[in-house]
Write a protein of this length. Structure first.
Length: 168
C-alpha cells in the first residue's frame, strides 16, 4: 500500500488488512503457508524460552528459519505501532481516509492471553493514528464470539476487552 498513488477521486476510502506477523496470527491454520498447520501455542510477544519449543514444532529448516524471525524481529506493541504509523503517514501525506477492514488472530490454536494481547496492541495502534477498524470476524475462527451449533453465541470477554468494548 505504501507505494500506491491515490486516485484523483475524493470519494475513495483506502483500506488494508492487518495480520502481522502471520507466524503468530495464523498459527495452526490449514490454509496458506503449509507449515502454519504444524504450529500452536506460539506466544505474543515471543520469549526466548517459548521460541525454542515453537521451533521444535516445524520440521523443515527453511520454515523454522521463518518462524525464528518472528522472535528475532521483536514482535511486540512497538513493532506493530511502527508498521501502523507508516500506513498512517502515507494517508496523511496524500490526505486520504484510511481504515483497517480486517484484523485478528486465529483462535483455534492460539493461547487466549497472547491472542488478546495482540488484538489489544493492534487496535490501540490503529486508534493512536486515527485509523478506523473492523475485526475479522464476528463468530468464526477469528471471532469476537464463539458459537456452537444449536446454542446461542457466547461473547469472548477477553477479546471484547482487547477491543476496548463492553458487553451490554
Amino acid at each position: 500500500m505504501l507505494v500506491l498513488q491515490p486516485l484523483a477521486d475524493g470519494n475513495v476510502i483506502y483500506n488494508f488488512h492487518y495480520y502481522e506477523p502471520h507466524e503468530f496470527t495464523h498459527q495452526g491454520a490449514g490454509w496458506g503457508v503449509p507449515w502454519w498447520s504444524y504450529t500452536h501455542g506460539i506466544p505474543y510477544p515471543p520469549t526466548d524460552s517459548s521460541m525454542q519449543a515453537a521451533l521444535a514444532q516445524v520440521p523443515d529448516p527453511g520454515y523454522r528459519f521463518t518462524l525464528e524471525n518472528y522472535w528475532l524481529d521483536h514482535w511486540d506493541a512497538r513493532r506493530i505501532r511502527l508498521q501502523v504509523d507508516a500506513a498512517a503517514a502515507w494517508a496523511h501525506q496524500y490526505n486520504v481516509p484510511l481504515i483497517v477492514n480486517e484484523f485478528g488472530a486465529y483462535r483455534e490454536t492460539t493461547d487466549p492471553v497472547s491472542r488478546a494481547n495482540w488484538i489489544r496492541d493492534a487496535r490501540t495502534a490503529f486508534e493512536a493514528d486515527g485509523i478506523g477498524w473492523t475485526m475479522w470476524d464476528y463468530r468464526g475462527s477469528f471471532g469476537v464470539v464463539t458459537k456452537q451449533d444449536g446454542q446461542p453465541a457466547q461473547v469472548d470477554a477477553a477479546t471484547l476487552a482487547a477491543l476496548g468494548l463492553h458487553e451490554r
